[in-house]
Design a protein around this ligand. Structure first.
Ligand code: HPA
Length: 269
């Protein structure tokens, strides 16, 4: 495992002409941030040794390197989901490679269903904590010596970056909410009873990603900031019908706001 991670990192280092310390994982329908990256160069997943291939529509599958907010960054356009059949080790493989590449801060994004009755479709939710509802833990198995066997999760989402995001949102007049992301395997969207259960369990938004990558990033000592774009509502009494197309449409409309927040945090870091 470690050998594979290092092999992939060596391959990428051989292609990279920059040395980013910031990485971004782009969620469903949230790929347009890449249009703001300058001095860009790209490497397709299919050309990267040991990288899994992305299969879902709306995820094109490449690493993009360049500058955003005046800093060198790398972005993953397309992530690996557990529901696609990948193992948790495959889902989180790129994060461990990032660690080998010298990444210190990870920005994660996703499309999610809002369960908090105060949320509206199109809202950005700062993830301030998560609930891991995946059936397999990403750190199950022999501990990889990037971190502790029993890693702390008391502050998985960086408080300083959250404060900065709120400041930027207020300054730019962007409505922003905050809450707990509950990660579940999918690929079904929730039944009304499941939304109700997840909300009562403490989730404000629900989605099918992010939690594995964040756990592995924290295990590696990488700082994390995350945003969920609320693309549909699973609020008691107003559960809306939900399709992948609707999720993509709502994400597409909200993505400029998310790009602004990410870019400004990176710029001011
Ligand atoms: N549930 C799970 N995943 C999602 C949702 C949802 O309502 N919306 C976008 N991704």
């Amino acid at each position: 495992m470690l050998q594979k991670i290092q092999e992939t990192a060596e391959f990428l280092k051989g292609k990279m002409t920059t040395a980013p310390e910031t990485a971004i994982i782009l969620g469903t329908g949230l790929g347009s941030l890449v249009n703001e990256i300058t001095d860009k160069y790209e490497i397709e997943y299919k050309d990267i040794p040991n990288f899994p291939l992305s299969t879902v529509e709306g995820h094109s599958g490449k690493l993009i390197f360049g500058k955003l907010g005046g800093k060198e960054i790398m972005a993953m356009q397309g992530r690996f989901h557990f529901y696609e059949g990948y193992s948790m080790k495959e889902v989180t493989f790129p994060v461990r490679v990032m660690r080998e590449l010298g990444i210190k801060t990870l920005f994660v994004s996703n499309a999610a269903g809002g369960m908090n009755p105060d949320f509206l479709i199109g809202d950005l939710m700062i993830i301030n904590d998560h609930i891991n509802f995946f059936p397999e833990h990403p750190l199950r198995g022999k501990n990889i010596p990037y971190g502790d066997r029993f890693p702390d999760m008391s502050a998985a989402y960086d408080k300083e970056l959250i404060a900065k995001a709120k400041e930027i949102a207020a300054e730019k007049g962007i409505r922003i909410v905050e809450g707990v992301y509950l990660g579940t395997q999918g690929p079904t969207f929730e039944t009304p009873a499941e939304y109700r259960m997840f909300h009562r369990m403490g989730g404000d938004a629900v989605g099918m990603s992010t939690v594995p990558e964040v756990i592995v990033a924290r295990h590696c000592g990488i700082r994390v900031f995350g945003i969920s774009v609320i693309t549909d509502l699973g609020v008691e009494g107003i559960v809306v019908e939900c399709s992948h197309e609707e999720v993509q449409k709502a994400a597409d409309e909200a993505q400029p706001k998310m790009t602004t927040i990410f870019r400004e945090i990176i710029n001011r870091a």
